[in-house]
Design a protein around this ligand. Structure first.
Ligand SMILES: NC(=O)c1ccc[n+]([C@@H]2O[C@H](COP(=O)([O-])OP(=O)(O)OC[C@H]3O[C@@H](n4cnc5c(N)ncnc54)[C@H](O)[C@@H]3O)[C@@H](O)[C@H]2O)c1
Length: 334
């Protein structure tokens, strides 16, 4: 009669025919056990019988869905919405994602319509489709219509870039209630409106997706006269982490990018307003910050940020979620 001895090695079960171990002394048994174990394990790891191949194990092997977590692979034309993309960082992101193969909904407020139409033209000249959409991201209903339009004009939504934002330079005790409201309406409610509306659309589609928001180095370290801006960008980090946590089950990743001092219209305003308070001439504040606060010693350009956004929108960042990634030439160290 054949009996069986079952050896439990990690979570792999090996069956050894009776008789092999029958006459062994305890030490011979242990030696033989070790030899047999390594023999079976090396055989299993090389080719192994089929029933062992599906045994769960701690290893570098991951299932295909895990490797393509939030990036749909089958859809031919991926689509992205980039808010506040008529100029500056948003424009650089729209053009970079177009180069990456995305069709783009280009959004901004009515006042920047000319810029929106210009970016649409530039995206099309890269061989991608683009659609202009004027909307104020601080109004939920406008964001909902924007997402609907993006889906009907360009196809299923894969990526939302909640980039639109404003800055204001004021000492903390000079702020009015209205100042704080306006800052939060755009920088916090605007991002929340985009995150939640995009997430609902992606869940409806069922194929996962990527959601990104614009934070700032201000979300890590405060600066004088930018208190409500700083608070709004901390809130972007907070929403990014919380959305990441709850959207993971839907294969949606949520991350934020945190630029430093980027030479755009926003910094023209900061430079001018800070100069009024400190007596610095136009251009002096941004020069001083760039030389004294940035380790790499130069002002950032929008493509420094769009390079990061390209990575965060692509398959190479599929295993990242809930992160706010600093791209500032070395101002704050996280
Ligand atoms: N420039 C920097 O140094 C810097 C640094 C850190 C973070 N950021 C962030 O990056 C993002 C882009 O900044 P930028 O430097 O390109 O600024 P920018 O002022 O050049 O561009 C911002 C765009 O957002 C648009 N916008 C503003 N309110 C809007 C609204 N309610 N709805 C739709 N669009 C709206 C503006 O019209 C503008 O076109 C912002 O969120 C900003 O806070 C910028």
């Amino acid at each position: 009669m054949r009996t069986k001895c079952v050896l439990n090695i990690s979570d792999i079960y090996i069956t050894i025919p009776h008789g092999t171990l029958a006459t062994s002394s305890p030490s011979a048994f242990l030696n033989r056990h070790t030899i047999l174990s390594s023999f079976f394990i090396s055989r299993l790891s090389r080719r192994g019988p089929k029933r062992f191949r599906d045994v769960p194990r701690v290893s570098s092997h991951s299932s295909p869905w895990a490797r393509t977590y939030a990036t749909p692979s089958k859809q031919k034309d991926r689509t992205a919405i980039v808010t506040g993309s008529s100029r500056g960082i948003g424009k650089a992101i729209a053009l970079r994602l177009a180069e990456d193969g995305y069709n783009i909904l280009v959004n901004d407020v009515h006042a920047n319509e000319a810029g929106v139409l210009e970016v649409v033209k530039e995206v099309k000249s890269l061989g991608r489709n683009a659609f202009p959409y004027l909307a104020d991201v601080s109004k939920l209903i406008e964001v909902e219509r924007m997402v609907e339009t993006s889906v009907s004009e360009l196809g299923p939504l894969n990526t939302m870039i909640a980039n639109a934002g404003i800055a204001q330079v004021k000492a903390v005790l000079d702020l009015t209630e209205q100042d704080v409201h306006r800052m939060f309406e755009i920088n916090v409610y605007g991002v929340y409106n985009c995150y939640s509306t995009a997430a609902k659309q992606m869940i409806k589609q069922g194929g996962g997706g990527k959601i990104l928001g614009a934070a700032s180095v201000a979300a890590f370290k405060p600066s004088h006269m930018l208190s409500h801006y700083t608070a709004s960008k901390w809130a972007v980090r907070g929403f990014t982490m919380s959305f990441a946590l709850e959207m993971a089950a839907h294969k949606i990743t949520v991350n934020a990018y945190a630029p430093g001092v980027v030479g755009t219209a926003m910094w023209d305003l900061i430079d001018e307003e800070m100069g009024k308070k400190t007596g610095a001439k136009r251009g002096e504040t941004i020069k001083k910050w760039s030389e004294e606060l940035i380790a790499l010693g130069r002002t950032s350009v929008p493509s420094d940020v769009s390079n990061l956004v390209s990575f965060l929108s692509g398959p190479d960042s599929d295993y990242m979620t809930g992160q706010t990634i600093v791209v500032d030439g070395g101002m704050v160290y996280t």
